[in-house]
Write a protein that binds this ligand. Structure first.
Ligand SMILES: Cc1cc2nc3c(=O)[nH]c(=O)nc-3n(C[C@H](O)[C@H](O)[C@H](O)COP(=O)(O)OP(=O)(O)OC[C@H]3O[C@@H](n4cnc5c(N)ncnc54)[C@H](O)[C@@H]3O)c2cc1C
Ligand code: SF4
Ligand code: SF4
Ligand code: SF4
Length: 409
């Protein structure tokens, strides 16, 4: 693709970041060949002089996007007006057969079941997904960074500080007990921060299980994908919100082969909006509702925000109240159902089942193999007409905002 030589400042900084359109996907950050960009406060930040190569504007899902060109690239054709939630081959209502996955999955645990299956049969050797700093294993690094960085560091009880030092010196912070001490410390120092989403490259089924469930905040999973590329993974599954799926398709379309060749499969999560952590979690859940993030077992949004606590109690926030914390860039979003993914998955009001859209031959193949291996079970979409209706409506509402072709081309 011919790339006009335009600087980061002229293109993305002025046209996207300062215009309030940046979703924070980190695509620009990972593709810059000169490491000019850092990722800070969910935005790109220029840290070295831009060499004006013009690559980053070509991967941004918010800059000069021709949706029709992207559809042509992924599917070889444009969607017809009656394809209200984009192009697909098959639809299914599905559920993980493994009880452990079903228990921790957000809806039917289908995303985790497919990832785990693909890892075990060697189709992929990593999954770029989202954990939390509350997760068990590799969260230790994030927590270990938070302790000395905290502005409240002096409040750490000396006994606890000594124990952490002990485990650190023995490289044992990721063990159960080491992590428990780190969590104690971060809960004391940064009480609102321990359920913050953290992009993770999972390479075992255990890690996939550890990261299951929806974080309704933004998780720039492309950073985890980048980690996999750097450490030479061969085939990485990418899981992300629709804006992130558009970014990875743009990366493929350029093409930036270093990244494109590593994409095993793109799994999109249906998405109405995502919320700011400072607003929904810190201000509302912690500040107004007085709920400690440590006590939260699961957050689910089905008509309202339901917060299930570790003790089994459920607290609620109405959707209209929660919407005041919607990230600004989401208000402009034109894709509900991750229309460019190989497989799209959403809850659509279902309990313990996922609504699954199989869009590409690659998506169909993985899904059908998983079903054959009894990793997932399915039932026909016709049994859930309400969910299909909701999918049509939510997609159409967002599609009205879409720019299909470039006006300047
Ligand atoms: C911000 C957000 C908003 C959503 N809004 C809707 C909606 O309005 N309607 C709807 O039907 N569905 C929505 N979903 C999708 C839904 O919540 C489930 O993620 C989906 O149904 C898959 O469920 P599952 O049980 O199959 O997945 P699981 O097996 O639980 O796996 C989910 C996977 O997604 C990853 N993940 C979790 N949070 C994020 C994140 N923030 N960013 C990127 N990856 C993440 C996890 O690491 C995990 O690998 C939303 C998801 C997100 C992240
Ligand atoms: S990718 Fe190119 S245009 Fe973008 S910041 Fe880096 S050097 Fe500048
Ligand atoms: S939307 Fe993504 S690619 Fe575009 S400026 Fe923001 S972080 Fe960079
Ligand atoms: S609403 Fe759109 S922009 Fe916001 S997180 Fe979801 S896909 Fe991204």
């Amino acid at each position: 693709m011919k790339m006009p030589r335009v600087s980061f400042e002229e293109s993305l900084e002025n046209g996207v970041v300062l215009a309030g359109k940046c979703v924070g996907c980190a695509a620009c950050v990972i593709v810059c060949p000169f490491n000019c960009l850092d990722y800070e406060a969910q935005r790109p930040k220029i840290v070295n002089e831009c060499k004006i190569c013009g690559i980053c504007p070509n991967v941004c899902p918010q800059y000069d996007v021709s949706w029709s060109a992207l559809e042509e690239f992924v599917f070889g054709r444009r969607s017809k007006p009656q394809e209200k939630f984009g192009i697909y081959k098959l639809l299914a209502i599905a559920q993980a057969t493994d009880k452990n996955i079903l228990q921790v999955g957000q809806d039917g645990g289908v995303v985790s079941a497919l990832l785990s299956f693909a890892l075990e049969n060697g189709t992929i050797d990593g999954g770029a997904i989202s954990g939390t700093s509350k997760g068990r294993k590799s969260a230790s690094k994030k927590l270990a960074d938070m302790v000395p960085d905290s502005s409240n560091a002096e409040k750490l009880p000396s006994d606890l500080a000594k124990t952490i030092l002990y485990y650190w010196q023995r490289d044992q912070l990721a063990t159960g007990v080491g992590l428990q001490r780190l969590l104690e410390a971060t809960t004391t120092l940064e009480p609102g921060n321990t359920i913050y989403p953290v992009p993770r490259l999972a390479t075992t089924s255990e890690e996939i299980l550890d990261c299951a469930g929806t974080k309704y905040f933004y998780s720039p999973n492309l950073l985890a994908f980048w980690g996999g590329v750097k450490q030479n993974n061969k085939s990485i599954a990418f899981v992300g919100t629709p804006c992130q799926i558009s970014a990875i398709r743009r990366i493929q379309m350029v093409p930036l082969k270093k990244y494109a060749n590593k994409l095993g499969i793109a799994i999109g999560l249906m998405c109405t909006e995502s919320f700011t952590y400072d607003g929904l979690m810190k201000k509302h859940i912690q500040g107004i509702m007085n709920i400690n993030p440590q006590d939260i077992k699961k957050i689910n949004i089905k008509g309202k925000v339901s917060i299930t606590l570790q003790n089994g109690e459920t607290k609620e926030i109405s959707l209209s109240e929660a919407k005041q914390y919607t990230r600004t860039s989401c208000v402009l979003c034109s894709d509900f159902s991750a229309e460019l993914a190989d497989i799209s998955v959403g809850g659509l009001g279902l309990t313990n089942w996922s609504f699954t859209i199989l869009r590409t031959p690659k998506g169909v193949e993985l899904f059908e193999e998983a079903e054959k291996a009894n990793v997932i079970r399915t039932r026909p979409v016709e049994t859930e007409e309400k969910a299909l209706h909701l999918l049509n409506n939510l997609s159409m509402k967002k599609r009205k905002r879409r720019q299909w072709t470039l006006t300047s081309h």
